[in-house]
Design a protein around this ligand. Sequence first.
Ligand SMILES: NC(=O)c1ccc[n+]([C@@H]2O[C@H](COP(=O)([O-])OP(=O)(O)OC[C@H]3O[C@@H](n4cnc5c(N)ncnc54)[C@H](OP(=O)(O)O)[C@@H]3O)[C@@H](O)[C@H]2O)c1
Length: 243
Amino acid sequence: MNGILLLGGHSDIGGDLLTRLCAGRPVVLAARRAWTLTEVAERATAAGATEVHTLDFEATDLASHRALVDRAADLTGGLGTAIVAFGILGEQRRAETDEAHAVEIATVDYTAQVSMLTILADTMTRGEIIAFSSIAGWRARRANYVYGSTKAGLDAFCQGLADRLHGTPLRLITARPGFVIGSMTEGMDPAPMSVTPAEVADAVATEITDGKGSTTLWIPRRLRLLAWIMAAVPRPIWRKMPR
Ligand SMILES: NC(=O)c1ccc[n+]([C@@H]2O[C@H](COP(=O)([O-])OP(=O)(O)OC[C@H]3O[C@@H](n4cnc5c(N)ncnc54)[C@H](OP(=O)(O)O)[C@@H]3O)[C@@H](O)[C@H]2O)c1
């Protein structure tokens, strides 16, 4: 029960978190284009992973989820950590008129997450599952409401699931980062309190190894204060906020 499953094998945050957790453990990387995971696999091996397997994973293929988790458990002799790091930002402007794109964002960032988290919580008996919410879900913004709405829904799901698992040997940690400078936000101006994938990974890894059992992590921690201020901003001002 020591295996690690990274869903979204090319994720900047997921990859950085994996290297902090994988020493002495078997790893499964699941991603689209699994054959391109060589570099991530090499990093994991260099960080001490005992074996690294790769599996093809398409998040929108919901019917494939359970078999993939079963396969990862078989390959590793049982999962002790699952990192649910797949996701898309999508294009807000396009999603406002292209319902297929809006649904794609909703499917990857909400429906597929709910499917995977349900299966992982059903399959795993101990250890931790890590899910990624966002400040974007705290209060939906006109400039980012499609992605933000998925994070709001996912966050609510995670709060309930974490409480369901409370008191069991399995726990769910929900990371709530602000703006993370990386592939997902490439070309965008960093927002206040931006962090790097490494900082997000450090916060989650520290909670797993030395934490006090927190179920939700604001990253950086002071983002929590900003979130409460955000909630109090009057709507006529809020609707003009950039993403
Ligand atoms: N970056 C931020 O500012 C930020 C802030 C708060 C929360 N988060 C959340 O943190 C998590 C990790 O983000 P990140 O910054 O590590 O993003 P990232 O580097 O862009 O990684 C996301 C990964 O998801 C994969 N993915 C997208 N659609 C998929 C699909 N249909 N099937 C399978 N895999 C799919 C992508 O795979 P491909 O390589 O195949 O495209 C990509 O490798 C996400 O849930 C994100 O929403 C990010």
